[in-house]
Design a protein around this ligand. Structure first.
Ligand code: GLC
Length: 756
């Protein structure tokens, strides 16, 4: 039998099995739908937050009793913030065993970067540029959360943003749509696994749809007003990548987009997502976002909000209580249609069938598995590996790093040096407070040096905004500073751990300033005055302004909020047991006044030479600050060095349906094995819509032994050149292109070609 016939013989049955399974599920959905009353259908569109008095008997009074009653009568499709096998089983039993049709709940949770074992914040993981590691990190998070009864995560957050003032930068993949798209797809694959009904697979959720990261002024929940060019070229690609990766749910965003609250935005949720992209999962609203349309001044009242949201394509109502209250009336009044209701419910049921919840509603409720999986060595090791790969070396002069492993007197100074809470970052609901390995503990795991620890600036306890301990970095009391300076004076080397406390970024945590908070800058300068041999470890959830440090401190390590294994990862990098390989996924500014700041800027009609005297003021610049980033997108150093050859193009002319290749030789010219992210940027010099002067269109993470050379090749075809153009079409346009390959977004290594 010929090879291709054999192949067909294998593939055809496989294809029909896949087709059957979805047809089978569609059939099951339709059969169930046909049995459901209107009230039961609307119930599936209703999601409640956990309301259980889990320490004691089931809820008795008030709101909880109302919710309990609805749960028992099939008027709840999903719950969030119910976790732990015991708790999930409790609510699932009510839904399955007390309601008429026994439709199981889908249990959602914010598994953003790990469950009880916390991995680095997503912005930190993105700094690894290691797509396989990011996928694995998501898979380990899903493994731990699914062991605790969770079968749906409200992640990945794929909001592109260019504004470090916005608190939720910590939750995403930074400023670039190409890197953001690869990471979005990797996280979806990690969470959902090969098969959604695998025991460790959970449904993922691409959020927040859309453009939430473009909130004006970087102020959370604020107005978003962007043009179609930015929406399609920058904001939507990671969402499309998540949809193409098979993400099962989307979550809409709190913001209005060009005057329309995303929750009711037909253009986004029906025309683009469900029609153009063919998305067959369901859309959940963000917390109370239906009700918030009244505050937006878009809905007259709650009933009107329900009408707008369902017509706009929101399938499930998170915690607004609106669908349950008004959909039946709206249907009677002809304001919503039965078809819309059936479509929303079918989407929700389909995901539950695909998760295998109808076969076994308690499949995620295995107390033995919960005990063995949560906090397992496999998951802890995975968190450490991801943390090391997320660290970015920003500066290393005079071979300050790696530290000597013995005979050194090290002064460890800073409010975050012994902090076991901040490294967990925000969005770590399931993690116990103070469960991170601190830098002090990480350094103490190495026995050869004498470590003296001083806070220098104390942490002060805050009234928690949520259900975790909250601290702040002192802004009123200099107690501790003298002791720190004295310790620095006696030390051979000072390691300072400064930055933001764990809840200084995240939802509702926007900042108007990007300096080191509190007295930290003063502490840094006072220590430097007595001992300039300083390694600065920055622990933060967003890009910060580090001008003075960049000027005066010999070694700077960007350590983000790295999660449970933070201290061990940082110590292993400081001692050279891991050669840092991270690259910045967001530009670090010279001033907050540069916000929004990003590398893929357009030329403007008045371009100029950053940092040089342009001879006139009539160009796009500030009189008091440079245009460029302090540390640019894609930047990160290594303990070794990498040399690049010139670019070799296979041709400098490319036909539209053809391709060319670009090659560089990269050599590890240092004495230590290391990893390099070789980055490819393209520039379309003139087009039917203005284009960024460079855009990331490829990268390769390579490992090179000391002295080793590798040839890195990129294939350029028209797919890499397509963009949402002036005719509002995704096309590649003929013309002149420049191609840059190098170690970060400022590389000058260039080759030109023409697309014919
Ligand atoms: C929040 C967030 C969203 C989260 C949801 C459930 O307000 O905006 O990202 O998934 O509520 O916690």
């Amino acid at each position: 039998m010929k090879k291709n016939t054999l192949l067909l013989a294998i593939l055809l049955p496989l294809a029909s099995i896949i087709a059957q399974s979805s047809t089978t599920i569609d059939r099951k959905v339709n059969n169930l739908l046909a049995k459901m009353t209107l009230e039961e259908k609307i119930g599936q569109m209703n999601q409640y937050n956990g309301f259980w008095n889990f320490t004691g008997p089931s809820p008795k009074g008030g709101d909880a009793a109302y919710k309990y009653q609805n749960l028992a009568s099939g008027k709840v499709g999903s719950m969030l913030n119910v976790r732990g096998v015991k708790q999930v089983k409790e609510v699932q039993k009510i839904a399955v065993e007390q309601s008429r049709l026994g439709i199981p709940l889908i249990i959602g949770f914010d598994l953003i970067h790990g469950y009880e074992t916390v991995s680095p914040i997503p912005l930190a993981e993105s700094a690894s540029w290691d797509i396989a590691a990011i996928e694995k990190s998501a898979a380990l998070g899903a493994k731990e959360a699914s062991a605790a009864g969770i079968n749906w995560t409200f992640a990945p957050m794929v909001d592109i943003t260019r504004d470090a003032r916005w608190g939720r930068v910590m939750e995403g993949a930074g400023e670039d749509p190409y890197l953001g798209s690869l990471i979005a797809a990797a996280r979806v694959r990690g969470f959902q696994g090969e098969n959604l009904d695998d025991i460790h697979s959970i449904a993922a959720c691409a959020k927040h749809f859309a453009a939430y990261g473009f909130a004006e002024g970087g102020r959370d929940y604020n107005t978003v007003d962007i043009g179609l060019n930015t929406l399609h070229n920058i904001v939507l690609p990671p969402f499309k990548a998540a949809a193409d990766a098979g993400v099962k749910t989307f979550m809409n965003s709190f913001n209005d987009l060009n005057g329309i609250p995303a929750t009711a935005d037909r253009y986004l949720q029906r025309e683009i997502l469900k029609e153009e992209w063919g998305f067959d999962g369901f859309v959940v609203s963000d917390w109370g976002s239906l009700r918030e349309m009244i505050d937006h001044g878009y809905a007259k009242d709650r009933k009107h909000a329900g009408e707008l949201a369902l017509n706009g394509g929101s399938d499930m109502d998170m915690e607004s209580y609106i669908y349950l209250d008004y959909i039946e009336t709206l249907l009677k009044e002809g304001k919503v249609s039965q078809a819309q209701i059936d479509d929303a419910v079918a989407r929700i049921l389909r995901v539950k069938f695909e998760l295998g919840l109808f076969e076994d509603p308690y499949k995620y409720c295995d107390e033995e598995r919960e005990k063995t999986v949560i906090g397992s060595k496999e998951i802890l090791d995975g968190a450490l590996d991801m943390a090391k790969k997320s660290i970015v070396l920003l500066k290393n002069e005079k071979q300050t790093l790696p530290l000597k492993k013995e005979g050194q007197k090290i002064a460890l100074i800073g409010p975050l040096a012994a902090d076991k809470n901040s490294p967990l970052g925000n969005w770590r609901i399931a993690a116990a407070d103070n469960s991170a390995v601190s830098v002090l503990e990480g350094l103490n795991a190495y026995k050869g040096n004498a470590i003296t620890h001083e806070q220098g600036v104390k942490l002060v306890n805050k009234i928690p905004a949520g259900f975790h301990e909250e601290v702040d970095i002192n802004t009123t009391d200099r107690a501790g500073m003298e002791e720190a300076v004295a310790a620095a004076k006696e030390a051979d080397v000072v390691v300072m751990v400064l930055g933001e406390y764990g809840f200084q970024s995240g939802e509702g945590r926007s900042r108007a300033h990007l300096d080191l908070p509190g007295f930290q800058q003063e502490l840094l300068e006072k220590v430097h005055a007595v001992n300039s041999n300083i390694v600065l470890v920055v622990m933060n959830g967003r890009p910060l302004v580090l001008n003075w440090a960049a000027e005066n401190i010999p070694a700077i390590v960007e350590a983000w909020h790295l999660g449970t294994q933070s201290g061990h990862a940082i110590a292993q990098v400081l001692y050279g047991d891991y050669n840092p390989s991270g690259k910045l996924p967001m530009s670090f500014p010279r001033s907050v006044g540069q916000m929004p700041l990003y590398y893929n800027q357009k030329s403007t009609g008045r371009p100029g030479a950053d940092g040089e005297d342009a001879g006139s003021v009539f160009w796009s610049h500030y009189g008091d600050e440079r245009n460029s980033a302090l540390f640019p997108f894609g930047y990160g150093l290594s303990y070794t060095s990498f040399d690049y050859s010139d670019i070799r193009l296979s041709d400098n002319k490319m036909n539209r349906d053809g391709s060319i290749t670009a090659q560089v030789d990269v050599t590890n010219s240092g004495k230590i094995d290391g990893k390099e992210v070789v980055q490819l940027y393209l520039y379309d010099h003139h087009a039917s819509a203005t284009r960024p002067t460079r855009e990331l269109k490829g990268f390769k993470l390579i490992e090179l032994k000391a002295g080793e050379t590798k040839t890195v090749e990129f294939k350029i075809d028209q797919e890499r050149l397509k963009f949402y153009n002036g005719a509002q079409k995704w096309e590649a346009e003929p013309g002149d292109f420049s191609l840059y390959i190098g170690t970060d977004s400022t590389t000058k290594r260039r080759a030109d070609f023409v697309l014919q």
